[in-house]
Design a protein around this ligand. Structure first.
Ligand code: PRP
Ligand code: URA
Ligand code: MG
Length: 213
C-alpha cells in the first residue's frame, strides 16, 4: 500500500476548520468539498492521458487528454457523498459507482446496504471516496467488492486516517496482491475506545448531513 499524506498549508488550514466542533454543517460541507479538490489534485497524479493534436490561435501543438477507459469514482455512502462533487469537478468525464456501507456502533463491523458498480473493473483507475479511515474495516470491504470485479488500480481518498486502520488496509491489500494508494489530509494519533479517530473531526456523516437515526 502506498500512503500519501498531503502536506500543504491550505489543506492543513481547511482541515483545522473541519475539525472544530463549532463549525456548522453548511461550512463543513463547503470545506469538505474544497479539501477533496486539493486531495484529488494529488490523487490523480497518475491519471492516464493520451497525446492529442490541437491548434492554438497561434500554432498547432500536441497536448494531452484524459484517456480511456474512463476513471471510476466510488463514494462510500453516506459520508463519501460529501466528497463526490469535489472529485467530479476535477474528473468530469469519470463514471460514478456507489457503495452504501455502515459501521455498527458496538462491533465496529461494516455492513453493506447498497452496491452499484460496473461488472468489469479490469484496467480501470478507481478512486474510492470516504472521509474517514478509522478501523479500516469499511475500506477493506470496499476493496474486496472492487477486486471481485477485477479492479487492479485503486486509490482511496480520505480526509483523515488512523494508524490502526492504515495497518489493516495495508495487510489486507498485501494479502490480495492488489496495489492500493491511500491519499489523506492527515494521519491522526489513534482510535479511541469507540473507534473514533483522535483528535479526528467526529462523525463525518453526522457533521455533513445532521444526525439520522
Ligand atoms: O474505518 P471504519 O472503522 O470502518 O470506519 C469508517 C467508516 O465510518 C464512517 O461511516 P459510517 O458507518 O458512520 O456511515 P455514514 O457514512 O452513513 O455516517 C465513515 O464514513 C467510514 O465509512
Ligand atoms: O472518527 C470517526 C470514525 C469513523 N467514522 C467517523 O465518521 N468518524
Ligand atoms: Mg457516520
Amino acid at each position: 500500500m502506498r500512503l500519501l499524506a498531503v502536506d500543504h498549508p491550505l489543506v492543513a488550514h481547511k482541515l483545522t476548520v473541519l475539525r472544530n466542533v463549532r463549525t456548522d454543517s453548511p461550512t463543513f460541507r463547503r470545506l469538505a468539498d474544497e479539501l477533496v479538490t486539493l486531495l484529488a489534485y494529488e490523487a490523480t497524479r497518475d491519471a492516464r492521458v493520451a497525446d492529442v493534436q490541437i491548434d492554438t490561435p497561434v500554432a498547432p501543438t500536441v497536448g494531452v487528454k484524459l484517456s480511456s477507459p474512463k476513471p471510476l469514482i466510488v463514494p462510500i455512502l453516506r459520508a463519501g457523498l460529501g466528497m463526490l462533487d469535489g472529485m467530479t469537478r476535477l474528473l468530469p468525464t469519470a463514471e460514478v459507482g456507489f457503495l452504501g456501507m455502515i459501521r455498527d456502533e458496538e462491533t465496529l463491523l461494516a455492513t453493506t446496504y447498497a452496491r452499484r458498480l460496473p461488472d468489469d473493473l479490469t484496467g480501470r483507475q478507481i478512486y474510492v471516496l470516504d472521509p474517514m479511515l478509522a478501523t479500516g474495516g469499511t475500506l477493506a470491504a470496499a476493496v474486496d467488492f472492487l477486486v471481485e470485479r477485477g479492479a487492479d488500480d485503486i486509490t482511496a481518498v480520505c480526509l483523515l486516517a488512523a494508524p490502526e486502520g492504515l495497518r489493516v488496509v495495508e495487510q489486507h491489500t498485501a494479502e490480495l496482491h492488489v496495489p492500493v494508494t491511500v491519499v489523506t489530509a492527515a494521519v491522526d494519533e489513534r482510535l479511541n475506545e469507540k473507534g473514533y479517530i483522535v483528535p479526528g473531526l467526529g462523525d463525518a456523516g453526522d457533521r455533513l448531513y445532521g444526525i439520522v437515526d
